[in-house]
Unconditional design. Sequence first.
Length: 162
Amino acid sequence: MAVAEMDKMDELKEYIASLKDNENPESDLIAVLHKSQDLYGYVSQDAMDLIGEEMQIPTAHVWGVATFYHYFNLTAPGKYVVSVCLGTACYVKGAGDVMEAIKEELGIGEGETTEDGLFSLHGARCLGACGLAPVVMVNDKMHGNLTRDSVRKLIREYRKKG
C-alpha cells in the first residue's frame, strides 16, 4: 500500500476513534462511510474491512449499508466525473440524447468508469443551470447547450488532456 494510502487509512482510523465514545457504534456508520468517501473518492473494500474491524461491526453489515444508499460509490471515480443533468428542462431539450452520445463515446453505462480510469459517468436529477439546458458537468465545470455532436467533441477534448 502506498504511503498516501496509509496516511488516509490512519486518518480514517483516527476519525473512527474520535467517535468511539458512543455506546452504539452503528449509529456512526454512515458518517464514517462519508469520511471514507471524502478521503478516497469512493468506499473501497479495504476501507469497509477497516471500518468493520475498527467499529467492531461485521463487514457484511458495513457493505450492506454502503450498497443500500445510492450516495456511496463503490468503485474509484475516473479522473473526469461526467454528470449529465436529467432534470425536466434538460430532458425536454435533449439530455437523453446527450447521455446516449456520451455512453457511445465512452463505451460505458451510467454509474461506470472507463477501463483507463479517465472517465466516470453519472446521471443527475438537476444541476441548477436550466437556462443552459441540456447541461453536463465535468468535475466542477459546467457545459451547456449541448447536442450529440458537441458533447462527443467535448469528451474528445477531455480525452486529449488525459
